[in-house]
Write a protein that binds this ligand. Structure first.
Ligand code: GLC
Length: 718
């Protein structure tokens, strides 16, 4: 892992300089000049542009050993050009587009002397109350792993280090409350929450970040079983581990450390190589080494990992980064527009969209219709706001000012002041069609922005009801950093488009879709009917008393007699409002003729399936065919479905195409009852279809292979 150069550099370093490399500090102005010049800081956070160049020059040209700094920034879904929030990017099911966006973001960040981004966030998120679901890729491990890898490749292709975070289980915070306790049994931890992280490690991500939360009593920034034994030893990870902000000293609040000295000791013992923000390493490690409570060998390992990361980034040769060429604003805006369009999910459409030539005037209504900044979503620090495109600007560019009658309807998205609703209703009555922009402003999601109620904020539902009562077609566009409760929105609207927070080019991308570009997004999370259903996700277990497939959909709020003793509610349907993978287009498709190459396989084989997809509608469109599998009988209970592959196909009206899938049977491995990671022989069911709730189905058998009768394909979990 480590070159002769950095080994020799380590041998020249004093203990104080070694400890300095393990410290990441947020400067205020030039207040860290002396520390940097003395070689007592390895990384700075949240400095960009001139300040970043200043500090890097100090480190490289004025410190004793000239070791360059890691300069970290949260480039989560864009830098100057803002792309959709990661949850929206996941809805594109297009890793290549996500990779491109990350690469552009890296170029823009690198041109501001940033060389490390704290992204991708690959926490599995099943709870929309949690504000950080916005930053996640949703509920599925495969989609999250592929999207995480796409971002890692994109950033690192431009010499910006990526960071897989938050390791691990942060999305399982109880109650959807940020930083809350995560109780995740080991099998679930390994087969669901750790999967994207293992994928990221195998993809060569240069760093990991430990999470704030505890898992089963152990804070993730002080758990050697996680970061030393699993990540660094079992997975053979040679990158660097940074704590999250103050998460080392927060082990005092967690109640596992009595003071900052113990926190520093526990962090190093756990294999956390660098401390972000808090100063326990800086304050205590020299003394802890002197008393033998911390081994200098552990310090050396941490420093070598940090120096290795700097070397991989080429910082010793090019401390200010490689020559970078921005592809130009037109290119970046086109990229942002395309990914924003791909992120939008059409949830319902009563033949209203696309808006046709007969439309003369549009009443554009809603507190998010002219909200360019809110379109950017959470975790945006360096946006070029001159690029912001609201829906108002998009529609006016398309139709001209005179044909767009704009009324906000409410003073702001959270307002309870209905004084402007009447004016909006009048506008609706005067136009041919209404485009209604509702949902969350950017401040209602992100870190420490959790919600216990997932209805539309403020009096937005009343605005929708009043506008819908006018009898004109109403196209509702929902902006949000999370799934919201949309049953009534869908019922009252002629069409509903879920746009998440689509970024700089929101208005143009949405106008494209309204006037004909077929929507292609698919849900990366299940949409709940009510908050009481949460957590609700597609890859759940069957239980001993699953609801009958045709169990009645119980109208919520009207408790009925129990319909038998099944895992259902008295007052709510047990199914999501809309399932993972769901999304409409402007045409319709049929998926038929599922065929398996063979129905008996060993774990050394590939499962090969094909299906014919036909565009049965009148417009060109693309279908995302998803492949799900279920292990019908295991040594432990298994999810009722697991996404194993997906493919997109673009078809003209009436056109058909045969799609072939090939997945290694080894991909069906899981942690069995005896703790080994393996494929268990037995019967499996496969679906190929448009979302997690339906599709063509077939069955296949996995039989023991002569060479590996037990099916074991991996070491027992640590
Ligand atoms: C925050 C977040 C983390 C972020 C870091 C630096 O608290 O948890 O995701 O990268 O601090 O801003």
């Amino acid at each position: 892992m480590t070159s002769e150069r950095i080994r020799s550099l380590l041998s020249e370093m004093t203990l104080a300089e070694k400890i300095g490399q393990m410290c990441q500090v947020q400067p205020h102005g030039r207040d860290q000049d002396d520390q940097v010049r003395a070689g007592l800081i390895g990384s700075l956070i949240n400095v960009v542009g001139p300040d970043a160049y200043h500090y890097q020059a100090l480190a490289v040209e004025h410190s004793r050993l000239g070791i360059p700094l890691l300069l970290g920034r949260d480039v989560i879904h864009g830098f100057n050009t803002i792309f959709p929030i990661p949850l929206g990017q996941a809805a594109s099911f297009d890793p290549a587009a996500v990779r491109e966006a990350a690469a552009l973001s890296a170029i823009e960040a690198g041109m501001a002397c940033v060389n490390w981004t704290f992204s991708p966030m690959i926490d599995i998120s099943r709870d929309p109350r949690w504000g950080r679901i916005a930053e996640s890729f949703g509920e599925d491990p495969l989609l999250t792993a592929l999207m995480g890898q796409a971002m890692i490749d994109g950033y690192q292709s431009q010499s910006i280090a990526a960071c897989a975070k938050h390791f691990v289980g942060y999305g399982a915070a109880e109650g959807g409350r940020d930083y809350s306790t995560a109780m995740i049994p080991s099998r679930e931890l390994h087969d669901i929450y750790l999967r994207p992280f293992k994928h990221a490690a195998q993809a060569g991500v240069m760093s990991f970040m430990t999470a704030f939360n505890e898992v089963d009593g152990l804070p993730c920034s002080g758990n050697p079983a996680l970061t030393r034994d699993l990540l660094k030893t079992a997975w053979g990870y040679d990158g660097m581990v940074v704590s999250d902000w103050n998460s080392i000293t927060e082990m005092i609040a967690h109640g596992v450390c009595a003071n900052t000295e113990e926190a520093a000791e526990r962090g190093v013992a756990a294999g956390v190589d660098m401390e972000m923000a808090s100063r326990s390493y800086f304050d205590h490690l020299e003394g802890l080494v002197a008393t033998g409570r911390v081994k200098e060998a552990d310090i050396n390992d941490a420093v070598l990992r940090i120096l290795h990361m700097k070397e991989r980034l080429g910082l010793f040769e090019r401390p200010y980064g490689p020559e970078r060429q921005h592809p130009g604003r037109n290119h970046s805006m086109t990229q942002a527009r395309n990914l924003a369009r791909k992120s939008c999910v059409l949830l319902s459409n009563n033949d209203t969209l696309p808006l046709g030539g007969g439309i003369h005037s549009v009443a554009l209504i809603g507190p998010l219709a002219d909200a360019g900044k809110d379109m950017l979503g959470c975790w945006v620090f360096d946006a070029d706001h001159t690029l912001n495109h609201s829906v108002l600007s998009g529609l006016r560019t398309k139709l001209g000012d005179r044909r767009v009658i704009y009324r906000p309807g409410l003073p702001d998205p959270r307002s309870m002041d209905g004084a402007m609703i009447e004016d909006a209703v009048m506008a609706a009555n005067s136009a041919d069609v209404v485009v209604l922009c509702l949902g969350e402003d950017e401040g209602l999601s992100g870190e420490a922005h959790c919600r216990a109620h997932l209805e539309l904020p403020g009096r937005q539902m009343e605005l929708l009801q009043r506008v819908a009562a006018c009898g004109k077609p109403v196209v509702t566009i929902v902006f949000a950093g999370r799934p919201l409760l949309l049953a009534e929105v869908i019922e009252k609207s002629s069409a509903v488009l879920m746009a998440w927070h689509p970024g700089s080019m929101a208005g143009v991308a949405i106008t494209d879709i309204l006037f004909g570009e077929p929507p292609t997004g698919r849900l990366p999370v299940s949409l709940p009917r009510s908050t009481g259903q949460i957590p609700i996700y597609y890859n759940h277990k069957n239980t001993g008393r699953p609801p009958a497939p045709d169990a009645p959909s119980i109208p919520s709020g009207t408790p009925l007699d129990p319909s038998g003793f099944f895992s259902t509610y008295l007052d709510e349907d047990h199914r999501p409002l809309l399932p993972f993978g769901y999304g409409l287009s402007y045409t319709s498709f049929a998926c038929e003729g599922l065929r398996l190459t063979t129905e008996t396989l060993t774990e050394a084989d590939d499962l090969e399936a094909e299906i014919t997809v036909t565009n049965t509608g009148s417009r060109t469109g693309s279908e995302l065919v998803q492949l799900y599998v279920r292990d019908l009988v295991g040594s432990v209970t298994r999810p009722v479905r697991e996404l194993k592959a997906f493919k997109r196909v673009l078809l003209a009206p009436g056109e058909s195409a045969k799609l072939s899938f090939s997945i290694p049977v080894a991909d069906l491995a899981f942690h069995a009852a005896d703790g080994t990671f393996k494929v268990e022989p037995g019967r499996f069911q496969i679906w190929l279809g448009p979302d997690a709730s339906k599709g063509e189905t077939a069955w296949f058998e996995v039989v023991p292979s002569p060479t590996n009768p037990s099916g074991k394909s991996g070491k027992a979990k640590v």
